[in-house]
Design a protein around this ligand. Structure first.
Ligand code: IPE
Ligand code: IPE
Ligand code: MG
Length: 238
């Protein structure tokens, strides 16, 4: 077995937190109990991310496609976001975790939007221990299209050629990160489901069978350790 190289510590980690619905079903509970348990897991994983000194943790909480779910589930999720913010922000602030939500947040309504803005304000540290980014109402494709629209508008207004390259294009996307080092997906499926399409060009992908509500900080550590053992070549002959 290859040994871990400390130089390979991940900095920017993403997670597709999947499996809440199946977990609820397995435990004869309604779907939203699964989402509730999922929020409790987020709390533990964030603590571990701070312990591991990650720069950022970017979580996929709700996709643009998730709007097609039952109304009851969506209203439960909205309630849960407000409750989770209310309960967890003081503890996050104590840990110096800077919250940043991205995606079509206004679509969640005024109450959710206001809670989010307050949470971001209450955790706006200049030197945070961790940047915790939450994707809500996010879709990778629409993010890229919106970025292109902004560029076209700017070009029309300034009537100049804008210098766009692979790195500067990140500035036109809504996620407050550039390249992700590692992306973890729980729940046993091996797909991206329209998450950070532009950011994962050279990301290491880790798929975990466990459902998100069963995922523990030990499982998270295992994922980070398995990343450290990977050899990244970026297309080079090494
Ligand atoms: C992920 O869990 C959370 C959201 C998409 C909001 P799911 O609710 O998709 O769980 P499964 O995949 O149905 O088990
Ligand atoms: C991905 O899970 C979205 C989130 C975890 C927020 P989904 O359950 O929506 O993805 P699919 O439908 O299995 O691709
Ligand atoms: Mg799912």
């Amino acid at each position: 077995m290859a040994s871990a190289n400390p130089a390979n510590n991940p900095k920017n980690v993403g997670i597709i937190m999947d499996g809440n619905g199946r977990w609820a079903k397995q435990n004869s509970l309604i779907t939203n109990r699964g989402h509730e348990k999922g929020v409790a897991v987020v709390k533990e994983v964030v603590k571990e991310a701070v312990r591991q000194k990650l720069q950022s943790l970017t979580l996929y909480a709700f996709s643009t496609e998730n709007w097609s779910r039952p109304k009851k589930e969506i209203s439960g999720i909205k309630r849960l976001i407000i409750e989770a913010i209310h309960e967890q922000v003081p503890e996050l602030a104590e840990q110096k975790v800077k919250l940043n939500f991205f995606g079509d947040i206004e679509t969640f309504g005024k109450k959710v939007h206001t809670s989010i803005l307050e949470a971001e304000r209450d955790t706006s540290f200049i030197k945070p221990a961790l940047n915790l980014n939450i994707a809500l109402g996010y879709g990778g494709r629409s993010d890229i299209i919106n970025g292109i629209r902004t560029i076209v508008d700017e070009a029309k207004k300034t009537k100049k050629d804008l210098q766009i390259d692979e790195t500067s294009f990140f500035n036109y996307l809504s996620a407050p990160i550039n390249d992700l080092d590692v992306l973890i997906r729980t729940g046993g499926d091996h797909r991206i489901s329209n998450f950070l399409l532009y950011h994962i060009a050279y990301t290491e992908l880790i798929f975990v069978d466990k459902l998100w509500p069963d995922f523990s900080s030990n499982d998270f550590q295992d994922c980070l350790n398995s990343f450290k053992k990977r050899k990244r070549r970026f297309g080079k002959r090494v």
